[in-house]
Structure formats: structure tokens, C-alpha cells
Design a protein around this ligand. Structure first.
Ligand SMILES: *Cc1c(COP(=O)(O)O)cnc(C)c1O
Length: 226
């Protein structure tokens, strides 16, 4: 009976995504805790976020530093152990704010940013870092090119002393994502990284089958964005 009551508090979309994650992880022989669901709450108001927090969900992502600063200090004051990921582009003039607000920055995508981050790396609560890879080498998209990843990783880790947790990608919209997920996995293996942030509302099951450790789901959890 009590289990039913707590189940009833879980928003249906969250329950659905969790169930689908579980199915794919099991089908692929992966542990149920091998991947984490990041609820991408960009553009969504606090009232849309609190039902997930009330259901015990703690991992979220935002794509703008300013929006995160507007929403999350308040939420952090009411809920403990929140883990907030930055999944959008980071301008160097917002760096201090980003380092203070985010637990994870997934969009380390260029040398200038790496150098500036390195200057802050000894601050307490310095975020974990993912390198964003532009797997489709799209000119309009941020991210390190696959061909330059190994050198960029060496720059970050050896020259600048940054610790890198994993890789992130945002595949081209007009191509099947699977090839990009496979590529991200290969690149991570080449540099010895274990964490892969890949897969969104439309393709997270594919990403989980191909080794994603973090999926970033917005629309499927919160409904369409305006
Ligand atoms: C918005 C966004 C997502 C979530 O996309 P949905 O298709 O709504 O699930 C994931 N990753 C990044 C980087 C985003 O900007």
C-alpha cells in the first residue's frame, strides 16, 4: 500500500522514461544504474520542475547560465543534493557564474574556454567537465572536431591540469544518430574516458544501447517547449 502511494506521486512522463531506460539497459546487459537521466528543464518554469524534485529526481540540465541563475538557487534552497548540468554554450564572460552554479559543465568545446577554466580549477565545488564533440563536423555547431579530440584532451589534462569526466555530443538533426553515438564511444575509448552524454527525447534508447551514461531528456519529460 505505501509503495503504491509513493508510486502515485511520480509524474507519468518520468515513470515512462524510467521504465523505457530500464528495458533498454536490461536488454543490453547493462546495470540499471549504468546510466543517469538528466531532465533538461530549459525554458520550463519552476512549477514544472518541482513535481520531479518531489518525486525524488535530482539531476537536471539547463542550457543558459542566466536562466539557471534565475531558477536554481531558489530550488536548491528547498531541495538537497541537486545536480545541475550545463548543456548549452558557455561564454567566457559567464564563466565565474557557471562554475558557481553548475555541478557539471558538459560543453567544454574550445581552447580559450579550457584555459580560462583552468584558472578556476582549484575553487571549491569546481564542476566536473565533459568535452563536447562536434561529431558531424557541422560548421554552425560548437564542439571539438573528432580529428582534434585527442590533442584537445591532452591540452586539457596534461598542459592545463583539468580533469575530464567524459564526452558529450549533439548529432546532426538530419542524420540517424546511431553512427554519431558509436563515434563518441570510440573517441572516449581512445582517450580512456568512461562517461558518455548522448541521447535526447527522440533517440535516448538508441544512445543507451550504444553505451550512454547520461541521457538528456527535455520534451519527453516536460512536454513541448514554446
Ligand atoms: C534541449 C536539449 C536537450 C533536450 O532535448 P529534447 O529533444 O527536448 O529531449 C538535450 N541536450 C541539449 C544540449 C539540449 O540543448
Amino acid at each position: 500500500m505505501s509503495a503504491d502511494l509513493s508510486e502515485a506521486k511520480i509524474p507519468p512522463r518520468l515513470a515512462d522514461i524510467r521504465a523505457r531506460m530500464e528495458t533498454v539497459l536490461l536488454e543490453n546487459g547493462r546495470a540499471l544504474d549504468a546510466a543517469q537521466l538528466l531532465a533538461i528543464s530549459k525554458t520550463k518554469p519552476i512549477e514544472a520542475i518541482t513535481p520531479l524534485l518531489d518525486a525524488g529526481h535530482r539531476q537536471f540540465g539547463e542550457n543558459r547560465v542566466q536562466e539557471a541563475q534565475d531558477k536554481w538557487p531558489d530550488l536548491r534552497a528547498h531541495y538537497d543534493a541537486i545536480e545541475l548540468h550545463l548543456v548549452g554554450p558557455l561564454q567566457t564572460n559567464k564563466l565565474k557564474e557557471a562554475v558557481a552554479q553548475f555541478d557539471v559543465i558538459q560543453t567544454l568545446d574550445r581552447e580559450k574556454l579550457a584555459r580560462k577554466l583552468a584558472g578556476l580549477k582549484d575553487e571549491s565545488g569546481f564542476p566536473r567537465l565533459f568535452i563536447q564533440v562536434n561529431t558531424g563536423d557541422e560548421p554552425q555547431k560548437s564542439g571539438v572536431s573528432p580529428a582534434g579530440l585527442a590533442a584537445f584532451y591532452d591540452l586539457c589534462t596534461q598542459e592545463l591540469g583539468l580533469r575530464i569526466a567524459g564526452l558529450m555530443c549533439l548529432p546532426p538533426q538530419d542524420e540517424p544518430a546511431a553512427a554519431h553515438f558509436v563515434l563518441l564511444g570510440k573517441l572516449a575509448a581512445q582517450v580512456g574516458l568512461a562517461e558518455l552524454s548522448m541521447g535526447m527525447s527522440g533517440d535516448f534508447e538508441t544512445a543507451l544501447a550504444l553505451g550512454a551514461t547520461h541521457i538528456r531528456v527535455g520534451t519527453a519529460l516536460f512536454g513541448a517547449r514554446d
